[in-house]
Structure formats: structure tokens, C-alpha cells
Design a protein around this ligand. Structure first.
Ligand SMILES: *Cc1c(COP(=O)(O)O)cnc(C)c1O
Length: 375
């Protein structure tokens, strides 16, 4: 049996996807070619990329007034590409950022190079939330308290902080918060396709593929069409959303193999009932793990219960001296990559779409057994 892979990213892919890619490696659908060897402008690859665009639109019910773009450079490049494309929209060069962890902090820092960037709200300090004492970046700043500028070009947030394990899904209507007509821009890298997206309050959603959608190398951008076409003059042509949209994500050679494998993941998701169905599995998985951790005095999750991520579950052993043993023994038991991010410490289990309930149950069984022996 293959090990259960809890890596935060690049992360596990569904086994049937890997097997199909292996089977088609040297000859895609009788073409005589590997997908890696095909012209990106030929009919075979055009079919692959068009189906991937269509399947993503179907899976997330992306509205018609949104363009779907496949880009390169990861979410990190989008941290620059977004201000380059949007911040000059009304000629003022202003953008507001909500900080909820390491990834949103990085986005904000990069954007400062391109304009007047302000922090709308931050959970980067300790606070008391509904009676619970919370450390920095274990809670999410309340939208009603965001300091918004009504002349900002956009407001940015990260809806799933992969490192801190904080997920925020009640994306507010910024009109109701006094920022009339200001679009919300969301980094959904580590929970895209794990649950439905409500597009009514957003202007742009982006995600690197390698957490929950496919291999590294392709970045998903879903952008409302009226936000395209406002790039700053020095925006690189390959990163100008107008060029990418006009060329069907083929302004230059796209990452063909990564798009192909991501397309297989989309087909796998559709076969399993789509996003609404996988969401139910994700809820079961997250409940199984959090319920066990909460009931145990041996393990602890420190994120406020209202914003705990279904995808990334950081946890600590009460006795941190056991960390090394826990990691060694879990690996021996076929449970890989449970070490927490160095900035948080402890452990982290990333349980994306490709992780079945069975894998989470194997983790919980191991944790119980470890607690029994060391508790
Ligand atoms: C992984 C990750 C990133 C960075 O992605 P790259 O593809 O490495 O640039 C950004 N934001 C979030 C939320 C992530 O999980």
C-alpha cells in the first residue's frame, strides 16, 4: 500500500489520476505522442486545455462574467501580478490588505512595491475572541472592523492560511462595509475545489495548483471581466491579464503537462460527484481529526473553532519532547510529512481532496495508539 501523504504542498494527487497519467505517458489517446511532446497549439493539446477550462467552470459554477486563466509563477507571482493589473484601475494606486497569517503577509509585502498599500485588518496580535484567548494568527479579523478605503482598487485576503490552519469563508459584501464597488481579491490556493465558492462578493480568486488542484507549475485565476485591461504600463506582457485572456491562456507556451494532470484531477472530481460531494467528505475528515484532538488532553489545536481549516490542521503534542519520536513512528506507520511548518512548530496534517477518509482514520488510530503508549 502507498503511504498516506499529509504534505502541505506539493501534495498528494488522487491515485487514479497518477495511474492514468502513467498509462498515457508515452501515447496520449492514440496520438503517438506524450502530452509533454505535443505542440501547445495542436488539436490534441487544445482539446486538453479547453476541457480543463470547461471542467473548472462547471465544478465551481464560475459565472459567465468571469474569465478563467491558467498562468505560471504560482501564487507568489500573483502577489505582484495582481497589483500590476489592478492597482492602477482608477489611477490612484491604492489597495487594502487583510492579514491573517504568513501568506497574506507575504502578499501585502509584495504589493507595497507597486502602490499605496494599507492594512485593513490583522490578526497578527493576541486577542480574545468569544471568550477564548487566541494567539497571533489563530483567529480572523472581523470584517465589520476592517478599515477600508472607498477609493482602494481592491481588498485582498487569504481564505485559507495553509501554515496557520485558519480558513475564512464568509466573504463579506464590501458595499455593505462602506467600500462601494471595491472588488475583493482572494488567495484560495490551499482550499480551492474543496468547497463551493460564492462569487457574488468577489472580483478575483486565485490559487496555485499544487495544493488541491494538480501539480506545481500552473496557477488558476478567476477574474471578473470588467477588471481585465487595467494593467500598469510596466506590467510584463505575459502577466497582463488582458493578454492571457485574449489568448485563451496561451500568450506563450503554457505549462502543458501540469495543465493536463490538473485536467485529470478535474475529471476525477466530476466522477466523484463534484465539489458539493467532496465537501461532504472533507467535513467528515476534518470532524474526525478535530473531534479527536479536542477530546484528547495529549494533543491540541490552537486555532479558534470558528475559523479552523478543513484542509490544514496544525496540532501540538502537550509534551513537545515527544515530537521527534512522533515523527519517526508516524513515518514508520506509513503516515508521511506530518512535521509542522517551522514558524508554527508542532505537527500539521494537510488533508486535501486527494486524502480519503480512510487516510484520516489511519492518522487518528496512530495518534490514539501513540497517546496510549506515551501518555
Ligand atoms: C502555497 C501557497 C502560496 C505560495 O504558492 P507558490 O505556488 O509557491 O507561489 C501562496 N498562498 C497560499 C495560501 C499558499 O498555500
Amino acid at each position: 500500500m502507498r503511504p498516506w501523504n499529509f504534505s502541505a504542498g506539493p501534495s498528494a494527487l488522487p491515485l487514479p489520476v497518477l495511474e492514468q497519467a502513467a498509462q498515457e505517458m508515452t501515447d496520449w489517446h492514440g496520438s503517438g505522442l506524450s502530452v509533454m511532446e505535443m505542440s501547445h497549439r495542436g488539436k490534441h493539446f487544445l482539446q486538453i486545455i479547453n476541457e480543463a477550462h470547461d471542467d473548472l467552470r462547471e465544478l465551481l459554477s464560475v459565472p459567465d462574467d468571469f474569465e478563467i486563466l491558467f498562468m505560471q509563477g504560482g501564487a507568489t507571482a500573483e502577489n505582484a501580478i495582481i497589483p500590476l493589473n489592478l492597482i492602477g484601475r482608477q489611477g490612484l494606486g491604492k489597495a487594502d490588505y487583510v492579514l491573517s497569517g504568513i501568506w497574506s503577509e507575504k502578499s501585502c509585502k509584495e504589493a507595497r512595491r507597486y502602490g499605496d498599500v494599507a492594512v485593513a485588518g490583522s490578526s497578527g496580535c493576541a486577542s480574545v475572541i468569544n471568550g477564548l484567548s487566541q494567539a497571533a494568527f489563530t483567529w480572523f479579523p472581523e470584517p465589520a472592523q476592517w478599515q477600508l478605503r472607498d477609493d482602494a482598487a481592491y481588498v485582498h485576503l487569504c481564505s485559507n492560511e495553509t501554515i496557520g490552519g485558519v480558513e475564512f469563508v464568509n466573504w463579506p459584501d464590501l458595499n455593505a462595509l462602506g467600500a462601494k464597488g471595491v472588488p475583493l481579491v482572494v488567495d484560495a490556493s490551499s482550499h480551492i475545489l474543496s468547497r463551493p465558492i460564492d462569487f457574488s462578493n468577489v472580483g478575483l480568486v486565485y490559487a496555485g495548483a499544487q495544493k488541491n488542484a494538480g501539480p506545481a507549475g500552473v496557477t488558476l485565476v478567476m477574474i471578473r471581466k470588467d477588471l481585465i485591461g487595467h494593467a500598469l504600463p510596466h506590467c510584463p506582457s505575459a502577466f497582463d491579464y488582458a493578454n492571457v485572456a485574449a489568448s485563451g491562456s496561451m500568450f506563450n507556451t503554457p505549462p502543458t503537462y501540469a495543465i493536463y494532470v490538473m485536467g485529470l484531477v478535474f475529471k476525477w472530481l466530476k466522477q466523484h460527484g463534484g465539489v458539493a460531494a467532496i465537501e461532504q467528505v472533507n467535513i467528515q475528515k476534518a470532524n474526525a481529526l478535530y473531534n479527536y484532538i479536542d477530546a484528547s488532553g495529549f494533543y491540541e489545536n490552537r486555532v479558534h473553532p470558528s475559523v479552523r481549516s478543513r484542509m490544514n490542521v496544525p496540532f501540538f503534542l502537550a509534551n513537545e519532547a515527544l515530537n521527534t519520536t512522533f515523527l519517526a513512528e508516524s513515518e514508520q506507520a506509513g503516515l508521511f510529512q506530518l512535521k509542522g511548518h517551522k514558524s508554527v512548530g508542532g505537527m500539521r496534517a494537510s488533508i486535501y481532496n486527494a486524502m480519503p477518509l480512510e487516510g484520516v482514520q489511519a492518522l487518528v488510530s496512530f495518534m490514539q495508539e501513540f497517546e496510549r503508549r506515551h501518555g
